[in-house]
Write a protein that binds this ligand. Sequence first.
Ligand SMILES: [Zn+2]
Ligand SMILES: [Zn+2]
Length: 769
Amino acid sequence: MADAKLPEKAWEPSIEEEVLDLWKREPDSYRFDPQPGQPVYVIDTPPPYPSGSWHVGAVMAYSLIDMIARAQRMLGRAVLFPFGLDRNGINIERTVEKKTGKPLHKWDREAFIAECRKEIESIGSGLLELATRVGMSADFAHTYYTDSDEYRAYSQSIFLELWPKGLFYRGERPTFWCPVCETPLAEADIEYEERPSSLVTMRFQLTSGGEIHIATTRPELLAACRAVIVHPDDARFAELHGKRARVPLYCHEVPIVPHPTAKPEFGSGAAMICSYGDMVDLALFRELRLEPVKAIDESGRMTPAAGSLKGLKVEAARKKAIEELRAADLLEKVEPIQHMTPMCSRSLNPIEFISSDAWYMKQLEFRDDLRRLAHEMEFRPTRHRQLLLDWMDSLTIDWPISRRRYYHTEIPLWYCKKCGETLAPPPGKYYRPWKDPAPFEKCPKCGSNAFVGEDRVFDTWMDSSVSNLFLTRYGKDPAFFAATFPVSLRPQGREIVRTWLYYTTLKSWVVRRSKPFHRVFIHGLGLDARGRAMHRTLGNVIDPWPLIRKYGADAIRAFVAGETNPGDDFRISEQKIGGAAKFVTKLWNVARFISSFEEPDAGKLQPTDEWILAELNRLIESSRGAYEDLNLFLPANRGRDFLWNLFAPHYVEMVKARAYEGDTGARWTLHACLRDLLRLLAPIVPFSTDRIWRAVYGGGIHAERLPMPRDGIPASRADFTEGLVTFNADVWKRKRDQGLAEAGPRPEPERRAAWDRGAAGTETLRTRP
Ligand SMILES: [Zn+2]
Ligand SMILES: [Zn+2]
């Protein structure tokens, strides 16, 4: 009997800080350094936006990704686990606009970019500090930034490589437009929200006499009305087919067209078709060959075509149109309704649908190929593949890739001033056509030497969608690329399936004719205790730091791993994190007790020892399988169950006396169980397991492999578990009933206990007899 090898009597979250210091002195632990013949595992870590901090849900999501990385290392793979910060885009621009009260388009471009750069640097490394503190084992020494010259040049080079393939085109066409960001949007940038609106019923006079009632939520678009539709089977309007109606206030005549798109149940059943009210309008304009009218401009104001509404913003124009209709006695009624309104996902205002000049990337023609790739990738959970498939099916336009913003990657193109030819430079360099001299001698078409640079930038997803190519060094290091592509794993949230996952799939298809990833892991979302997503506006955002200080990172990680099945959302409760902390404490106490016994090289096993070793074999097998399958829920819960409900209360209690007497079989088995349990739990609770391992067995646990099941242990020994547990419970109950103090642990009421019930277990282990 020796002293316990763990000096601290109890586990404290502050011990994690010491472990961190130790890890900082071993910076090569997580370096990507494949040995000859060693399988490689590459993770395309989501590069977060470097806001000052993460909320606790994000901390938990990244912790789950880290558990996968750690498990893969312990399964024997060389893991490339990069970390990047996504600093391009409207987020930082809006911060600067708000802080200075000056919108981007009123700035000198150079000065605005400098201000964004300053602002993003000042955000500092809070997020990196947090990522490290919760135990992320990413390659922080090589953190990449999407706004670096290197990354932007890379993004441009992929565009320029694809340029000769004719995948990009420029066109003036109706597109989703944000009047606040003053930029075209892709379908992926749009969110729909139920908003209160008014359903306005107007009277259109018929040229043949009489009138027809038409309901709309957009009376300000009357100037752009070019047709009225009614359903062909709607008997109320059968006589009006082919007749003409006069548009209120503007007095131009439009045809009344029977069309199946009309909804007899909506409003009066007749609808006006305006350029460009929505997608339906757009399709009908094309089909009916109507001449569009631009009623709203790029800043969200009414154009001269809107007559007396000219210059007004949309909301104000709507009010004025209603007043004018009322004054002209052409207003039938106004009713409040809830209306699904398309909103800009960045600035959260209603978007418009206007005609503008933009660059597009072809995507619709690849739908079948992309669907096939979606089926070639393994999804965890499997059901989330459908999110990607549904999104692919819902797309109706090609991808508008140009934005009228500044702090983004520039579109690397120039135009000939004389003949208008578009010129693309060779890939490789970082190009800023709005300020750099044109890298051409003369126009290949007309011979002119005067050029003007494209002043627009890429949608940020153009950058993000090459992350897998960037980290596998496509186009730079062929051997490295061959060994690492397709990437083993893309872990990410559900909310960016339609953007990050979709666009990466599209890019990998057009660049490599290949799936981008072998596997996609979609984690759940961290919700508040009432099941709501965390939003600053709801005031329910939980700061992770107080939780880390109070309970430790291991507790937070153990909580999230064990709380839900892979892919399910999880409710974050402090009480449950506290329960997970008690589990870490339990692990510590058991380890401390065992560490007071020397570990013999071998020992004579009793049936009791074989019983727990058979249970341990089961645990090892199921946990290894689960880790291979990216399932963290199972090893977290089975490991906890093993420790809390079998090993500590039954086996340890039963062999204590033997261990004190120096029985080598008991001592050997205690250590075998501890060694294996620590390694099985190391990906989930990396701090406590490493600390224990170093103190008891020496060396870092994260360089170890996951254990393998032991040969020679009859699996049938595990058949005794139920009887043994019942028997012990019975004995202890009798002893308690007879008032015997040293009566063993109270059994938990049910075997499958929740984390927060961890407190119920009575602490009976002592390090001294
Ligand atoms: Zn916007
Ligand atoms: Zn030319």
